[in-house]
Ligand binder design. Structure first.
Ligand SMILES: NC(=O)c1ccc[n+]([C@@H]2O[C@H](COP(=O)([O-])OP(=O)(O)OC[C@H]3O[C@@H](n4cnc5c(N)ncnc54)[C@H](O)[C@@H]3O)[C@@H](O)[C@H]2O)c1
Length: 272
């Protein structure tokens, strides 16, 4: 029989932000494919965890760890639990991130000139420092084992600027709305973090890649959807399960010659 090059069976994988919209998808689809997944999230409600992943708890394919990725000691404690139960992970998905929600106070989503320094620091702390710490602690352990794959999750807004014209419909109603700067800056930092670590850890057999997504449908308001979708050659936002294949690709032997790269899945957003 032909070998399945996408095989992730019994691989131990950490998904940061595993309780979020996409983290849940990655966790479920990897468990379905036979991997063992540790969900690291700053907030885990037991009932919700059971609701999302109950089936896989029973088959010991998933575990939960309350981890704040901005604190090294918290990541170390989570990793210790994973190693004790399943051994050193061979996959790390740096998925946890924060952004200002569209209904945040005006300072958060206002003009660049007014963007608060504290908000910038808060976003950079989670989206950049948090990922660097996860790479140091978890990637460092993987390097000692001499194998692994790290995926840093980026956004189209990390490779091109947000198109502020999309939000014109909000400004027309008198809101001072601009997609803020910090998220974009934080996401673009990951591109070079991946390249840096890909070369640094190449001899340790650790591959490090960036995976870039466009927006995912999440019941956004109608006007936003209309504006956003005219920017997408495929004419729609992503479904939340449409990135799972790329995750499995990057964690498996199917991508064994790929490191320091950026895989873009954006419905064609950056193609025109
Ligand atoms: N959803 C989209 O439209 C979209 C588009 C492009 C890129 N992305 C990227 O995909 C990834 C997942 O996005 P999502 O929409 O699922 O986000 P989400 O907000 O639904 O989930 C993020 C998760 O990260 C967790 N988290 C936040 N701070 C943390 C911390 N300090 N330590 C540990 N966990 C923490 C949250 O509790 C949450 O469960 C992010 O990196 C995001 O930037 C998302």
């Amino acid at each position: 029989m032909q070998k399945n090059i996408f095989d992730v069976h019994d691989k131990v994988i950490i998904v940061t932000g595993g309780m979020g919209q996409l983290g849940r998808q990655f966790t479920r689809s990897l468990c379905e494919a036979g991997a063992k997944v540790a969900v690291f999230d700053v907030k885990i409600e037991k009932q919700l965890f059971e609701h999302y992943f109950g089936t896989y708890v029973q088959s010991d394919r998933v575990m939960d760890q309350v981890v704040d990725i901005t604190r090294r000691s918290s990541i170390e404690a989570g990793l210790r639990q994973v190693i004790q139960r399943w051994g050193v992970p061979s996959g790390l998905i740096n998925n946890a991130a924060i952004d200002a929600p569209p209904d945040a106070p005006v300072e958060e989503n206002g003009p660049f000139e007014m963007y608060p320094e504290q908000s910038f620091d808060r976003i950079m702390e989670v989206n950049v420092k948090g990922i660097v710490l996860c790479c140091q602690v978890i990637g460092g352990q993987m390097a000692k084992e001499g194998r692994g794959s790290i995926i840093n999750i980026c956004s189209i807004y990390g490779i091109v600027s947000p198109d502020q014209r999309i939000y014109e419909y909000r400004r027309k109603t008198g809101m001072l709305f601009y997609k803020p700067v910090a998220y974009s800056v934080s996401k673009s930092a990951l591109l070079n973090l991946s390249r840096y670590l890909a070369t640094y850890w190449a001899e340790k057999n650790i591959r490090v890649n960036t995976l870039t997504f466009a927006g995912v449908f999440n019941n956004q308001d109608k006007e936003f959807l209309k504006e956003y979708c005219t920017h997408v050659p495929l004419g729609r936002m992503a479904r939340e399960d449409e990135y799972n294949g790329a995750i499995q690709f990057l964690l498996s032997d199917a991508s064994s010659y790929m490191t320091g790269s950026n895989l873009v899945i954006d419905g064609g957003w950056t193609a025109w």
